[in-house]
Design a binder for this molecule. Structure first.
Ligand SMILES: Nc1ncnc2c1ncn2[C@@H]1O[C@H](COP(=O)(O)OP(=O)(O)OP(=O)(O)O)[C@@H](O)[C@H]1O
Length: 116
């Protein structure tokens, strides 16, 4: 059913996060790195602008990982057999996580470089 109330759609999204958290080790590792980055912002008294950039970088990585996980689950469900196109699709989805992670690493390096 379309156009459900906001609280129901929020519950669906939170369930999605919980499912990905249980299934995906990568998401748990990325979240741990994100917590370390946020702690660094607190300890090094980062400016509001750095908070905004780092939080955005974290959100992009987590979002890419959630899409990657959802796409992998969908592909495996619809097409459990081996196929070169399935491999290519999964590799492209994984590339999205890699690109966003490199961007986040650059943001982290620039923050540390500008602080010390
Ligand atoms: N059904 C398939 N057919 C062909 N190649 C596949 C298939 N499933 C996976 N592969 C190939 O094997 C690689 C690893 O696949 P897998 O599903 O384990 O992804 P992963 O990146 O290890 O998953 P995760 O992101 O959860 O760690 C893929 O990148 C892809 O190249």
């Amino acid at each position: 059913m379309k156009n459900r109330p906001f609280h129901q759609r929020l519950a669906f999204a939170l369930t999605g996060i919980a499912t990905a958290w249980r299934r995906e080790r990568s998401l748990r590792v990325q979240s741990a790195v994100a917590v370390v980055a946020l702690l660094a912002l607190v300890l090094l008294r980062a400016s509001a602008l750095w908070w905004a950039v780092v939080v955005l970088a974290i959100a992009i990585v987590i979002t890419a990982e959630l899409f990657n996980s959802a796409l992998e689950a969908l592909i495996d469900h619809l097409h459990p057999d081996q196929h070169p196109e399935v491999g290519a699709l999964k590799d492209m989805a994984a590339a999205a996580v890699l690109v966003s992670s490199i961007g986040a690493a650059v943001v982290g390096a620039l923050f540390l470089w500008s602080t010390f």
